[in-house]
Design a protein around this ligand. Structure first.
Ligand code: NAD
Ligand code: GLY
Length: 345
């Protein structure tokens, strides 16, 4: 299956599902991966890569290495291997590798091409598509970065066979996010089908990629509708930050964030309790955590202003409107948010 991402200025590309044999570039390239994926899947991917001149860069594994320092490592490797402006970077890994490789590609000699070969479910359904690239710094997550679209994305569910269950569920959380905000039929499908077999997983990936494609096609640079993909994230980023990125995986924090957002939706009449319960039930069925102890609601609220989407002192909340629809609002009253946050304390 191929999903087309249609963008202006000649940067359209395809997300190609289950056709790794199409990876064919007459270019000098660096494949960027980490030590975990290297030992599990490097031999497998090498069989498919038709690349003129390939070198491999293996980084340490972990969100804590998603930093400017690692970008420097990638760029240095590119210079040492004499990549030029027509060379290629290959991101082979989860969202961390994808975001960093994309960012390095966006700045190496003012920008070179890169492709994504995502190996986690989260990266296959979300992070590898849409061209958001970047790194974290001491001020927060993904605060340094660029929009830089890949030349193509190659998804293969084979890689998911080695993914730890928790990581898999973290990806499911992002799938649920897309269904709740954009596609009620898909949400109902997820309620009635389990992602425990190849066929269902492929279906859920292709549905999610199609949803993401339609959003990115409409709003590449997040001036409007693309912000909806951040449903649950405003709360999730605070949770991740408060727990030093150690307690929860990104998708897990997003799961809790969606539940907090849904309570806000209920409070202002956008969702009924039954609908919120259905989202919770679906998350629970994948063992995605659904509770978080907010110690200080005011402090939690103040954290929103550290999020890059709120740097102008205006917090934009993405809320589900029933199932399969959304609202974007910067007019939610502070007292309504605080009252919901207190229910989690
Ligand atoms: P990750 O890249 O850290 O991967 C999770 C873990 O799984 C890592 O330990 C990794 O080495 C391991 N792994 C990867 N593939 C594997 C496989 N096939 N088998 C076994 N282990 C494997 O995390 P992630 O969840 O993929 O991505 C999270 C990151 O993505 C965050 O940094 C987040 O900010 C970013 N993100 C970006 C976007 C975007 O649009 N650019 C969207 C969502 C998330
Ligand atoms: N993951 C959010 C986005 O791509 O916009």
């Amino acid at each position: 299956m191929i999903v087309h991402i249609k963008l202006p200025n000649d940067i359209s590309y395809d997300v190609i599902i289950d056709k790794l044999n199409l990876i064919n570039f007459d270019k000098k390239a660096v494949l960027v991966t980490n030590c975990t994926i290297n030992s599990l899947h490097l031999d497998y991917i090498k069989k498919y890569l038709k690349i003129k001149d390939l070198s491999i860069l293996t980084l340490l594994d972990g969100e804590e290495y998603k930093s400017m320092q690692t970008i420097e490592t990638i760029l240095n490797h590119c210079f040492e291997h004499k990549l030029n402006r027509s060379s290629l970077l290959i991101a082979f890994g989860g969202g961390v590798i994808g975001d960093m490789t994309g960012f390095a590609a966006s700045i190496y000699q003012r920008g070179i091409d890169f492709i994504q070969i995502p190996t986690t479910l989260l990266a296959q359904v979300d992070a590898s598509v849409g061209g958001k690239t970047g790194v974290n710094n001491k001020y927060g997550k993904n605060l340094i970065g660029a929009f830089h679209q890949p030349l193509a994305v190659y998804i293969d569910t084979f890689f998911l066979s080695t993914l730890p269950k928790r990581e898999f569920s973290s990806g499911v959380s992002e799938i649920i996010k897309m269904a709740v905000t954009f596609d009620k039929d898909f949400f109902i499908w997820l309620e009635n089908n389990t992602l425990d077999n190849e066929e269902n997983i492929k279906y859920a990936i292709s549905k999610s990629v199609q949803i993401k494609a339609s959003v990115v096609n409409a709003d590449e640079k997040e001036k409007g509708i693309r912000a909806v993909l951040n449903y649950g994230h405003t709360f999730a980023h605070v949770i991740e930050n408060e727990t030093n990125y150690k307690t929860y995986l990104h998708g897990e924090a997003v799961g809790i964030g969606m539940l907090i957002a849904n309570e806000v939706s209920i409070k202002i009449g956008l969702m009924n309790k039954q609908e919120a319960l259905r989202v919770k039930k679906l998350l629970v069925s994948y063992k995605i955590p659904t509770s978080y102890l907010i110690k200080d609601s005011e402090d939690f609220y103040e954290h929103f202003f550290l999020d890059k989407k709120s740097l102008d002192n205006n917090i934009k909340f993405i809320l589900a409107k029933g199932l399969g629809n959304y609202t974007i609002s910067n007019k939610i009253k502070k007292e309504d948010i605080i009252s919901v946050l207190k229910d989690f304390s």
